[in-house]
Design a protein around this ligand. Structure first.
Ligand code: SAH
Ligand code: SF4
Length: 402
């Protein structure tokens, strides 16, 4: 459980004093915060329920809007806490409508600078997907991934993960009953823009297991943000021992960053493969709780020119996935400065996709989105620097492989 004091998002009030934010907190986090504000034990459950609705079903940004909370308590809460979201450093909007936010998080512990993360919103005709980050940087070094070149600064807290969803809803006017920022009309629930959340931003979510799990409880709670777990997907590079536990404790949809069909190549592209090779990864996938044709695992395969894009590899991919309820997502490689890789030719991707399609997989080639603003898969990287190892105990705890 995260305690109120160590888990808050801080903001500066008029007097320059840090006020912890309640936005994004779990029920336990809210309970602690309310208890610290003097709410008696026997009222805590009821008060948490009230705040929960205002925070997550309505998305209020001021305590004054919490009309069924007594004026005295509202004043007390406003005195001690804020409802701030992570701070927006910049917002970029791609020609295709994709939006990327660079967000600044509060400094914690011995951090010398405030860490920064990225969140991306991808609107499509039938859905809107929010891609959120789980860590600042990543400890793994997948050779084709921009985020991998940035060392981990720290794990995100549950409220910093759920806070990304709240901030995105604020920015695109996506709270039920909220006024649209642009034309002032009310937004009916059925018109909600963020329909899906993917943990495919910065970081390896299974290396921040508990915080990501708690944040997804906030995200999927029916009385709050109410995103169905069927519409939340966790993508992992293959932290085998945590896959079954994720299925049991959270049970969202799962995506695996596969990218190669033999260990020699996968060792090079996704180095965690040296620790958990393909056979073990496939075994963990076969055993993923709740797996069925209606709940398939997505296998992500980035198309790298001359590296993993031969037809023999397409056939090997089909063989490897035999017997697993699977979807295959072919991702055109998104370039970033100084990378040694290139994206496969379009014709090569199509031929590869043909083999996969003929084997019975409807394998959409994921159209790159937001490439012009470096918002596409694997292009995310913030300027946060690594602080001295001795000053960041939580970062090492975040990486069981360290
Ligand atoms: N760390 C997790 C989730 C974040 S990465 C993971 O690795 O699964 C989200 C997806 O983008 C992964 O499948 C990753 O392999 C892929 N990716 C990384 N860099 C990429 C790039 N430059 N082009 C295309 N996809 C990339
Ligand atoms: Fe980390 Fe995923 Fe990038 Fe690999 S692909 S370096 S695990 S963010």
């Amino acid at each position: 459980m995260v305690t109120a004091t160590e888990s808050q998002i801080f903001s500066l009030d008029a007097a320059g004093v840090n006020k912890p934010s309640l936005a994004g907190l779990t029920r336990d986090g809210l309970k602690n915060a309310l208890a610290a504000a003097g709410v008696p034990d026997k009222q805590l459950r009821m008060r948490v329920g009230q705040l929960w609705g205002w925070l997550y079903a309505h998305g209020v940004t001021s305590f004054d809007q919490m009309t069924d909370v007594s004026k005295d308590l509202r004043a007390k809460l406003a005195d001690m806490y804020s409802l701030d979201r992570p701070e927006i450093v910049s917002e970029q909007i791609s020609v295709d409508g994709t939006r990327k936010w660079l967000l600044r998080l509060p400094k914690r512990g011995h951090e010398m600078t405030a860490p920064e993360i990225e969140t991306v919103y991808i609107p499509e005709s039938d859905r809107g997907t929010l891609c959120i980050s789980s860590q600042v940087g990543c400890t793994l070094n997948c050779s084709f991934c921009h985020t991998g070149t940035q060392r981990l600064v720290r794990n995100l807290l549950p409220e910093e993960i759920a806070g990304q969803i709240m901030l995105a809803r604020d920015r695109i006017g996506d709270w039920p009953g909220a006024e649209r920022p642009l034309d002032g009309r009310l937004l009916p629930v059925a018109e909600r823009k963020i329909t899906n959340v993917v943990l495919m931003g910065m970081g390896e979510p299974l290396y921040n297991f508990d915080n990501v799990r708690d944040a997804m409880e906030v995200a999927s709670d029916d009385a709050g943000l109410s995103l169905s777990k069927r519409r939340i997907t966790l993508s992992t590079s293959g932290v085998v021992p945590e896959i079954a536990r994720w299925g049991e404790e959270s049970g969202t949809m799962l995506a695996i960053s596969l990218h190669a069909t033999n260990d020699a190549l996968r060792d090079e592209l996704v180095p965690i493969n040296k620790k958990y090779p393909i056979a073990e990864l496939m075994e963990a996938c076969r055993n993923y709780p709740g797996l069925s044709n209606a709940k398939r695992i997505t296998f992500e395969y980035v198309m790298l020119k001359g590296v993993n894009d031969s037809l023999a590899e397409a056939r090997a991919l089909v063989r490897l996935l035999a017997g697993i309820p699977a979807k295959i997502n072919l991702i055109p490689f998104n370039p970033w400065p100084n990378t040694k890789y290139e994206c496969s030719d379009w014709q090569t991707i199509e031929r590869f996709a043909d083999v996969v399609n003929r084997a019975g997989y409807a394998s959409p080639v994921r159209t790159p989105r937001g490439r012009d603003i470096l918002a596409a898969c694997g292009q995310l990287k913030s300027e946060s620097l690594k602080v001295r190892a001795s000053a960041r105990p939580e970062a090492d705890a975040a990486d069981p492989a360290a």
